[in-house]
Design a protein around this ligand. Structure first.
Ligand SMILES: Cc1cc2nc3c(=O)[nH]c(=O)nc-3n(C[C@H](O)[C@H](O)[C@H](O)COP(=O)(O)O)c2cc1C
Length: 542
């Protein structure tokens, strides 16, 4: 092989399953040394198909035997009557269909695609693979042997490839590990363990969850109908009243029954698998291709938002400049410039009630005296108070047991924070991962001989970053009989943060905390004394 051979992987997917399968296949082809993209069929420039030699099509079926939205254009093109039956003579292909045999038109889209490619002169390397969601092993039951066969046929064309010996260098996206922590399970009065979805610290802050009881649950379709559609009536527990209005979305998070959970753990026990109900499952996401994809999308959105704000700001600056010019003309009794004359009256009206006067000018350091001219570039905290912060805390490499303990305690200080094992990751990888996961602040603690000695707070996506030296750290762990700690969102007291630098430091610290409820009894104080910031937290009783 002089140049790496080309093989394209195209998918038609409505709800991402086929896309995920296509990406998986594509990764394998990359490891084998093939070039070529993985794309939705509609994204692929279809006129290039006549030049392609090898292709894999991953095709889901949706609706009642319909093709997914992201292959509709592609499909319409293939159906053109004027395409000669020799159009795709060069192409050797395989179609893997993703469907569900409980639907009448099982894998229709894949079957139609396979047939049409044949009609246009393409050569199938093997018969279509018909994956069935109803199979006990899901789609993989058909997919795995199908792909194996496809790759072994490819070997006839490219003898150097080793499909049976794929050494994948791709890092899996998720790493799941077990934290064998002590049993501190709290049990609610109905005998269930603490709610796993809304437990302290991991509750989605935007979810206002309510517990329901299922009162009725019956089938509305006839037993002979292939779909089991149900009418479910729910009742709130206690005195909870659920308010809703048209258009609201009802999101159900079911939980496993106590019996099922007990069954599962008794199976673990029987097989000597050391997994107990109170252990924590830690799911970590790696930085991989998927991450950067999310990141790119997020960054594109941020860029659009930035450009929009910038354009609004420029417009306002323009208006302000005109208002200033008009003001000067009126005050100094000089003729109004020709360009301004038309707008003069309208501008004059705005001047009276829009400008906030000299205080504003002093704040933004300009002479215009006008409102709204502050630069959005300095406004990294524009979403503060609207969106809760999401904080990730980690340590320097190879942390001591004491530093790990300190991070655990920091996690209790900052609501909505998570800790992350530092492992061998580079700082840039961690920052990428945090950005991709919409983390708002990334905190790294360092130590000197087991004593925490500095704390770096980096606001994401673009800063600011501040480094604080730590001294005289006393951990909760060091204080005997300290009792449980309040995890309410705290009220904050900032003392003596008056200079520009002080105000900036205050923003960095302030926006690490979500807005507290008015009746929160937890208070955190940052008191600045000669550039030493003393930290204290307390709760109070009325
Ligand atoms: C609304 C809907 C309609 C479907 N219609 C069919 C169908 O007509 N024939 C079929 O074989 N599978 C059908 N399926 C099953 C899907 O093809 C199957 O779940 C597939 O894995 C979806 O892939 P995707 O997530 O890439 O869209 C349907 C699934 C849904 C959700």
């Amino acid at each position: 092989m002089s140049e790496a051979p080309r093989l394209i992987v195209l998918y038609g997917s409505q709800t991402y399953t086929a896309q995920e399968v296509a990406e998986r296949i594509w990764r394998k082809t990359k490891v084998l040394g093939f070039r070529g993209p993985v794309q939705a069929m509609d994204e692929y420039p279809i006129t290039s198909l006549i030049k392609e030699e090898f292709a894999i099509f991953v095709c889901a079926t949706t609706g009642q035997g319909d093709e997914p939205d992201n292959m509709k254009k592609f499909w319409k093109f293939l159906l053109r009557k004027n395409l000669p039956p020799t159009s795709l003579l060069k192409l050797k292909y395989g179609v893997i269909g993703l469907g569900d045999s409980s639907y009448l038109k099982f894998n229709f889209a894949g079957k139609k695609l396979h047939r049409r490619l044949l009609q246009l002169g393409a050569t199938p390397l093997l018969d279509i693979g018909l994956c069935d969601y109803q199979h006990d092993l899901g789609h993989d039951a058909v997919l795995a042997p199908w792909l194996k066969e496809y790759l072994s046929i490819l070997k006839a064309y490219y003898p150097k490839i080793e499909p049976d010996n794929i050494q994948t260098t791709f890092i899996p996206r998720w790493k799941v590990s077990l934290e064998k922590c002590e049993d501190k399970t709290t049990t609610t009065k109905d005998g269930l363990t603490e709610d796993i979805y809304f437990a302290k610290g991991i509750r989605d802050s935007f979810v206002d969850a309510t517990q329901f009881q299922v009162v009725k649950n019956y089938r509305t379709t006839h037993v002979t109908h292939f779909q089991d559609v149900r009418m479910i009536t729910l009742k709130t527990t206690g005195k909870t009243v659920v308010k809703y209005k048209p258009g609201d979305v009802f999101n159900i998070r079911p939980r496993n029954s106590k019996e099922d959970v007990e069954d599962l753990f008794s199976i673990f026990k029987e097989h000597n698998i050391d997994i107990l109900p109170h252990y924590n499952l830690i799911v970590e996401e790696y930085h991989d291709g998927k991450f950067s994809f999310t990141m790119l999308r997020r960054q594109a959105r941020l860029r659009r938002e930035y450009l929009y704000r910038k354009s609004v700001e420029d417009k306002q600056k323009n208006i302000q400049a005109k208002k200033d010019q008009l003001k000067r003309c009126l005050e100094e009794n000089i003729p109004i410039h020709g360009d301004l004359r038309k707008e003069a009256l309208a501008l004059q009206k705005r001047i009276d009630y829009e400008d906030k006067g000299p205080e504003r000018a002093a704040v933004i350091g300009s002479f215009s005296g006008g409102a709204n001219t502050q630069s959005s570039q300095d406004d990294e905290y524009r979403y503060a108070g609207v969106e809760d912060p999401k904080i990730m805390i980690t340590t320097s490499r190879e942390p001591s047991a004491r530093l790990k303990m300190f991070v655990k305690e920091l996690r209790l200080i900052f609501p909505n924070s998570q800790r992350m094992n530092r492992g061998g990751y580079e700082m840039s990888q961690l920052i990428h991962a945090c950005r991709a996961n919409e983390v708002t602040d990334f905190i790294v603690v360092h130590e000197h001989r087991g004593v925490p000695d500095s704390l770096v707070i980096c606001h994401l996506p673009y800063g600011p970053t501040a480094s604080f030296t730590l001294s005289g750290v006393v951990m909760r762990h060091d204080i005997p009989d300290i009792g449980p700690m309040s995890e309410q969102f705290p009220h904050l007291i900032f003392h003596n943060f008056k200079t520009d630098l002080g105000l900036r430091t205050m923003s960095i610290l302030k926006y690490l905390f979500p807005v507290p409820k008015p009746d929160s009894k937890r208070v955190i104080t940052f008191a600045n004394n000669d550039d030493y910031i003393c930290f204290r937290q307390h709760t109070y009783k009325k």
